[in-house]
Design a protein around this ligand. Structure first.
Ligand SMILES: [Zn+2]
Length: 81
């Protein structure tokens, strides 16, 4: 039986995308905004939103957005060092 097409993956997942899945995050994980490249570093926190240094990305307030471009947190990419 020739000519049968192989099933292609319909869904492409961006490698490193956070997509709201806190299980992929460590306490020290840094994440970068996909839109404006702003980086959240837990060691520094976020003075714009009043987030204290040492706050993991997973524990940011639910309403938190990128302080630079207002992008949704799901749009952040996990940085690997
Ligand atoms: Zn941004």
């Amino acid at each position: 039986m020739a000519g049968k097409r192989q099933c292609l993956k319909a869904v492409t997942v961006f490698e490193g995308s956070y997509l709201g899945d806190n299980t992929v995050l460590d306490a020290g994980s840094r994440l970068e905004c996909k839109i404006c490249w702003w980086v959240y570093d837990p060691a520094r926190g976020d003075p714009i939103w009043g987030v204290a240094p040492g706050t993991p990305f997973a524990e940011l307030p639910p309403h938190w957005k990128c302080p630079n471009c207002d992008g949704a947190r799901e749009q952040f990419m996990l940085l690997s060092d």
